[in-house]
Ligand binder design. Sequence first.
Ligand SMILES: NC(=O)c1ccc[n+]([C@@H]2O[C@H](COP(=O)([O-])OP(=O)(O)OC[C@H]3O[C@@H](n4cnc5c(N)ncnc54)[C@H](O)[C@@H]3O)[C@@H](O)[C@H]2O)c1
Length: 367
Amino acid sequence: MKKKIKIAIAGLGNCASSLIQGIYYYKNVKKGGETAPGLMHNTVGGYKPSDIQVVAAFEVDKRKVGKDVSKAIFAKPNCTTVFYSKIPNLNTKVKMGPVLDGVAAHMKDFPEEKRFVVAKQKPVNVAKELKKSGAEMLINYCPVGSQKATEAYATAALKANCAFVNCIPVFIASNKVWANKFKKKNLPCFGDDIKSQIGATIVHRVLARLFSERGVKVDRSYQLNVGGNTDFLNMLRSERLKLKKVSKTESVESQLGKRLSYDDLHIGPSDYIPWLKDNKLCFLRIEGRKFGNLPVSLELRLSVEDSPNSGGSVIDAIRLTKLALDRKIAGPLISASAYFTKHPPQEFSDEKAKEMVEEFIAGKRER
Ligand SMILES: NC(=O)c1ccc[n+]([C@@H]2O[C@H](COP(=O)([O-])OP(=O)(O)OC[C@H]3O[C@@H](n4cnc5c(N)ncnc54)[C@H](O)[C@@H]3O)[C@@H](O)[C@H]2O)c1
């Protein structure tokens, strides 16, 4: 019988809620047969979604700290659609994490039910708690702009011998210094910034590549994203967005034959519309020149529940990181990060990255 995958989570927001709901929603998935709707793999190296166990969690919001994870994931300000509510008590109490730069100052101007409300407790020693819990990897779901908090969690993971799965645009797996720290400790790291199942990035990348491969010269493009969850509220401030913009822009640019100037490629979170809640809208336009130097343009509107969209990728990222732990692979996970993140250590086309992930699962590729 396969072992369980013991994970710890930093940040029990909408993405963590969807991921944990998914672990239970897909509890009866079996090896082989047709892939369950919404999953890319029923099993990864023999691991099922239900093999994932949340053994530790860190938060800073007073409505989540101190609760069992099974309750905290449904606490405000989380607003994602609940697709599976029958989460059993996990006997994992949410611990107070270090706040650092996790909570943006502008949030205080919004009603409590829409924003983070910091708990008064003192932060725990994250490394100690990780060790005590037996966690094998730490999943980082802190808000965009949490450079210091992410570094604190990565440092704690290193101390506690945990792998690191970085879902946010702070560069760890794609930063040589940090990646080497994990390599030296014989631990894998995955990242950075999750590329959702059918999100704006993957759609934009695939279309940009299509234009390029069919000989169309792309002149200009934009990708505007709006939503009404705390991720979008947090991203109202441009100073928190620097790395998110880098991550999203480089992800699309890497698929074009030639880089576009800053003026000609505009990508980013664009506004916060509270009533949209966790529904994200993406408006995308690509302009180019085809045969005979004649114009061609494409407009697209994507509407998607934002947080389950990341869950569809993270549920595989966790199982791939576990495979790396089993195989004693240390340092950045090249194929998994290329397929499932926006800012991987090495870029490939999505087609190639998928092929590499399948080879990795089959044991035909080291990382
Ligand atoms: N939704 C997607 O598809 C997607 C895709 C790529 C990346 N991401 C990124 O994943 C991250 C999580 O997204 P989300 O939608 O769950 O955000 P969220 O705002 O719903 O959740 C963030 C959680 O982190 C908590 N937090 C803040 N500071 C913390 C700290 N120092 N320690 C521990 N917890 C802290 C908050 O209280 C909140 O519960 C964001 O950075 C987001 O940009 C999401």
